[in-house]
Design a protein around this ligand. Structure first.
Ligand SMILES: NC(=O)C[C@H](N)C(=O)O
Length: 334
C-alpha cells in the first residue's frame, strides 16, 4: 500500500468565482475567481483507485500570484516535514500555476531523492464544466505512487505530462498545458504512466534559513533602449543579487558589461538569464553579448528561467557567500 499525502495551497484548482463560493450564485460571471475550495473537496471529486491511502491538509488557500518568498519557504518546509514522516511514501502539492515554477524548484533543490514530490494544479477553475483539476490531481497521485519516480525529486504533473521541476516554466497563460522547459520524465496514456527519461539531478541543498523571506533579488529585463544604470540603482538600493533577463541566448545592449563589472566589484552577484520563454543561456556573442557579460562577472542561469534563477540566488545569498563562491555554487546547482 502506498501512502500519499496531499498538501493544498490554493490556485485555480481550488478557485471559484467569489460570489459563487459565498452565495452559490453562478450567474455572476463578472466576479473574479478566488481560491476557496479546500483540498478534501477537490479530492472528493477526483476518482483515484489502487492500493493507496490518501491523507491531506490545507496549508494555504491562495492564488499563487499572491505568494511571497516566506510563504514559498513555508510550503517547502512543510513538504520536507511530510517527506520525513515514515508513514508517508510520497507527497503531492496542489498549487497555482503562476508561480509553481518557483516553489517546485525550491522543493527540487532541497529534495534528497528519497521520496517524490509531485506538483499539480489546474488551468480551469473548480466550478468550470470542463475543469482540468480533478484529472490533473488523479494523475499526480498515480505518478506519486509509481516507484519509478520516487527518486526523481520534485516534478510537475500537468495535462498528462510529468516534467522535472528544474527548468520548468509557465510559458502559456491559458493552455491546458501551460508548462514547458522541464525535462519530460513521463507521459500518461489514460491512467498508464509511460517513462521517458530520468532527470539530471544535483546534490541536495540545505533548506534555506528564514532570511530567505527578506532577501532581495531583482529581475531586470533587457530590451531595445533599456537602461543599464538600473542595475547599479538596484544594487545601491539594497538588492543582494540581480538577475539580468537578457535577450535571446543571453545578451544585452550598451552599458551592461560595465554595469555587471560595477556590481561584481560591489559584491553583488549578477545572474545572466534569458527573457525568451524557452531554451538555455548560451554565451555566443561579443560586443556586449553573453560572452562579454560572463567575462565581466555574470554567471549563467543555464536552463533556469529568470524566476527559478532568482530562487537559487536567494538560497545562496542566505549562505552569505562571496561573489566568487556564489558563482561557483550557482553553476553547480543550476
Ligand atoms: N492556473 C492557475 O492556477 C493560475 C492562478 N492564478 C494561480 O494561482 O497561480
Amino acid at each position: 500500500m502506498t501512502r500519499v499525502h496531499i498538501i493544498g495551497t490554493g490556485g485555480t484548482i481550488a478557485s471559484k468565482p467569489e460570489s459563487a463560493s459565498r452565495s452559490n450564485d453562478l450567474d455572476d460571471s463578472t466576479s473574479g475567481a478566488v481560491a476557496s475550495v479546500g483540498i478534501a473537496d477537490i479530492i472528493g471529486v477526483t476518482s483515484v483507485e489502487g492500493d493507496l491511502e490518501v491523507s491531506s491538509e490545507d496549508l494555504l488557500l491562495t492564488g499563487s500570484y499572491a505568494l511571497d518568498m516566506s510563504q514559498i519557504l513555508m510550503i517547502v518546509d512543510q513538504i520536507q516535514n511530510r517527506i520525513k514522516d515514515p508513514h508517508i511514501n510520497a507527497v503531492v502539492v496542489t498549487h497555482g500555476t503562476d508561480t509553481m515554477e518557483e516553489t517546485a524548484f525550491l522543493s527540487e533543490l532541497v529534495n534528497d531523492g528519497s521520496k517524490a514530490v509531485i506538483f499539480t494544479g489546474a488551468q480551469r477553475s473548480a466550478e468550470h464544466a470542463d475543469t482540468d483539476g480533478p484529472r490533473n490531481l488523479r494523475q499526480a497521485i498515480l505518478a506519486a505512487t509509481d516507484p519509478r519516480v520516487s527518486s526523481m525529486g520534485a516534478l510537475v504533473c500537468f495535462d498528462g505530462v510529468v516534467q522535472s521541476a528544474r527548468g520548468v516554466r509557465k510559458s502559456h497563460t491559458t493552455a491546458s498545458q501551460p508548462f514547458s522547459g522541464g525535462a519530460t520524465v513521463a507521459t500518461f496514456h489514460d491512467n498508464k504512466l509511460e517513462m521517458v527519461a530520468t532527470p539530471d539531478r544535483r546534490s541536495t541543498l540545505a533548506l534555506p534559513a528564514n532570511g530567505f523571506g527578506s532577501v532581495r533579488i531583482d529581475v531586470h529585463f533587457a530590451y531595445p533602449g533599456s537602461d543599464s544604470g538600473e542595475l547599479i540603482k538596484a544594487a545601491r538600493g539594497g538588492a543582494n543579487a540581480v538577475v539580468l533577463a537578457g535577450t535571446g541566448v543571453g545578451n544585452a545592449g550598451p552599458g551592461y558589461v560595465e554595469a555587471v563589472m560595477h556590481l561584481t566589484d560591489m559584491g553583488v552577484p549578477v545572474v545572466l538569464a534569458s527573457r525568451a520563454p524557452s531554451g538555455p543561456v548560451v554565451p555566443i556573442y561579443g560586443n556586449g553579448g553573453g560572452v562579454d557579460l560572463i567575462a565581466a562577472g555574470a554567471v549563467s542561469a543555464g536552463v533556469l528561467s529568470p524566476f527559478q534563477a532568482r530562487i537559487l540566488a536567494a538560497c545562496l545569498i542566505t549562505q552569505e557567500v562571496s561573489v566568487f563562491e556564489f558563482k561557483e555554487l550557482f553553476s553547480s546547482y543550476r
